[in-house]
Design a protein around this ligand. Structure first.
Ligand code: FES
Length: 121
């Protein structure tokens, strides 16, 4: 039986040369989605770019202890779980990443793939 939760499109977002760049927070666009891509040390994280508090661009923020901090009102989000700091009562979406031989890939669920798989098209 097919596990439909695992249907994803994997899209290359960084080539190997970009791995050597230092820490960064970048806004990238993937298939029409705005993604906040974060590099901390050797680790990458991908989150939604829109802050759930008041809509600021999270890629304008900064990182501290694997937390992404919004530049506008300093709300904090855990880069691994997406959870907001205690008392905020919110979260951000975290997207799966895979480091492959030729670069970094992001996994995005797509409804059309789900429908195609469902009906064996
Ligand atoms: S808009 Fe991000 S903390 Fe307010």
């Amino acid at each position: 039986m097919t596990n439909y939760t695992e249907i994803m499109n994997w899209i290359k977002i960084l080539s190997l040369e970009d791995y050597s760049a230092g820490n960064f927070i970048r806004l990238i666009r993937v298939k029409g989605k705005k993604i906040c891509l974060v590099k901390v040390g050797d680790e990458f994280f991908a989150t939604q770019s829109r802050c759930p508090h008041a809509g600021a661009d999270l890629s304008q923020g900064f990182c501290k202890d694997k937390k992404l901090i919004c530049a506008f009102h300093r709300y904090e989000y855990d880069l691994q779980t997406g959870r907001g700091a205690p008392g905020q009562g919110d979260y951000i979406n975290i997207y799966p990443l895979e480091q492959r031989e030729d670069g970094l890939y992001i996994g995005l669920k797509e409804k059309w793939n789900f429908i195609k798989k469902l009906f064996d098209l």
